[in-house]
Design a protein around this ligand. Structure first.
Ligand code: URA
Length: 496
């Protein structure tokens, strides 16, 4: 088949390998620019060997004049990078269809409930889960292959094409040892830095067989003894354990063979533990239920401010100068929620006026948003700190303190009635969503609260202040990209 794009008959594209994101991106851009509709494109990877014979190699799209810029949200690119790792053969078709629809249906950007969008998000979640399981359940066994030190080899069976994505994690974690991860579809080997190879090197190769991994050794026996000793029968929740560590992973986990006998003996062992005298004092368990506002919810923001000033539902209020409630117009497009006031906010009684606030203002300015058009608030209304010399140093509020403050924030949201919310950091995200949110994983994506309001989660500005200086520029650009998404929120389901 000719590589010409100026045609309307079906186009078959073959990508270099299962996770050829660059190839997909190039081909998809070129096809979209040439107006080739999704139903006219068939996607293959080089492993679909016979189909590949008749298809257009994705590399031809790299030829001059064949590519074109196609404008899509930054989050879509990130979504594609993750979804291409999914095992579903239809993933490239789905992503190209989404790209096409983003060009032809502007409303798609505001519709997080669209079936294609939901499917792609679901696939991305499955991929991230698989990456996480790989980092958690890979077990290396040393193999003496005649070199100076042993080669640590692990056999693993991921559900998706995630080996490339997780390899850098193992590279950072085990930088100084030689290791290899073998999987049925792909393998990767790490050669640590040496005189000949100052940076070290990751080498990817084809899939392998389980028989290629070494057998258990003495080190593994030691690990099993340790595992049996730290196993706490009173904590055993088999159902939870299987959820976190699905049985399909057990066959490659050395400790899995201990689970059944230890679980069988758990009832009797935990009975013994209960009967024995405690060795440490019991800690009081505090429930984190959200309390309603005492004396009923505030009816105006002024009333809310006055009530929050008197709040002593947790100990923080006792030491702060004042409660700092939010500032900004009612019914704004966006309400930004930070963690808690800092030193300067506590003294001035206004949110985000210290160093983190300056960064925030700079970001708004770069996005062309006037600060007085958005509402800015905090999840926790008082400043929590510890004294170091004469300085008051920020302390992260405890979960129960944020939970105690949640009703003030809820009242504020009801009274301000923003179209959408932006959670700056983990404390805000937890307070807004009512459960922990993995900010680095979920950043830049719209979620929906129980009240129907969309919430975009991103980093707190002070996380940028703490970022490694070498990565500042990138961190800043990424943060701006998240905030830019916030300017384009999906529609509110319910606006009270
Ligand atoms: N950090 C926050 O989360 N909020 C502020 O108001 C200031 C710093």
């Amino acid at each position: 088949m000719s590589a010409s794009l100026a045609r309307r008959e079906p186009v078959s594209v073959v990508l270099a390998d299962e996770t050829d994101f660059a190839g997909f991106r190039r081909a998809a851009r070129a096809l979209a620019a040439q107006g080739v509709p999704p139903e006219a494109v068939m996607w293959f990877t080089a492993t679909d060997a016979c189909n590949a014979l008749f298809a257009t190699q994705a590399s031809v799209f790299a030829e001059p004049g064949k590519t074109a810029a196609v404008a899509v949200p930054a989050t879509f690119v990130a979504l594609c990078e993750t979804v291409v790792q999914h095992d579903d053969p239809q993933r490239f078709a789905l992503l190209y269809r989404l790209l096409w629809r983003l060009q032809h249906e502007p409303s798609l950007r505001h519709d997080p409930l669209d079936a294609d969008v939901l499917l792609a998000r679901q696939m991305a979640r499955a991929v991230r889960r698989d990456q996480h399981k790989t980092t958690a359940f890979v077990r290396f066994r040393p193999l003496n292959d005649g070199s100076a030190g042993p080669l640590h080899v692990a056999w693993f069976e991921p559900s998706h094409h995630t080996v490339e994505a997780v390899a850098p994690f193992f590279m950072r974690r085990f930088a100084n040892i030689r290791w290899a991860i073998l999987t049925p579809r792909r393998s990767v080997r790490w050669e640590p830095a040496s005189a000949a190879l100052p940076e070290g090197r990751l080498v990817f190769g084809p899939g392998a067989r389980k028989e290629d991994t070494p057998l258990a050794d003495a080190g593994e026996a030691l690990w099993l003894t340790y595992y049996a000793n730290i196993f706490n029968p009173a904590r055993l929740k088999l159902r939870m354990m299987e959820k976190e560590m699905p049985r399909k992973y057990w066959r490659n986990l050395p400790e899995a063979e201990l689970i059944a006998p230890l679980a069988a003996a758990a009832t009797e062992r935990s009975g013994r533990m209960v009967a024995e005298a405690p060795t440490t004092p019991r800690r009081k368990v505090v429930t984190l239920a959200r309390a309603p506002t005492p004396n009923g919810p505030a009816q105006t923001l002024e009333a809310l401010n006055a009530m929050a000033q008197r709040c002593r539902e947790c100990p923080i209020g006792e030491h702060a100068t004042q409660a700092v409630v939010g500032q900004g117009p009612r019914e704004p497009l966006l309400m930004f929620v930070g963690e808690q006031p800092g030193d300067q906010e506590d003294l001035r009684g206004q949110p985000f006026v210290g160093p983190a606030g300056q960064l925030f203002d700079r970001a708004l300015a770069e996005l062309g948003v006037a600060r007085d058009t958005v509402y800015v608030a905090n999840a926790v209304k008082h400043f929590k700190y510890e004294m170091r010399g004469k300085r008051r140093i920020h302390k992260t509020p405890a979960q129960r303190e944020a939970a105690a403050c949640a009703h003030w924030l809820e009242d504020e949201i009801r009274l301000v009635n923003p179209a959408a919310l932006v959670a700056l950091g983990a404390t805000a995200a937890r307070s807004l969503m009512g459960e922990a949110v993995a900010v680095t994983r979920e950043r830049g994506q719209w979620q929906r609260r129980a009240d129907g309001r969309p919430v975009l989660v991103t980093l707190h500005p002070s996380a940028l202040l703490r970022a490694d200086p070498a990565g500042h520029q990138q961190a800043w650009a990424d943060w701006l990209a998240d905030l830019r998404c916030a300017l384009d929120p999906p529609k509110l389901l319910v606006r009270s």
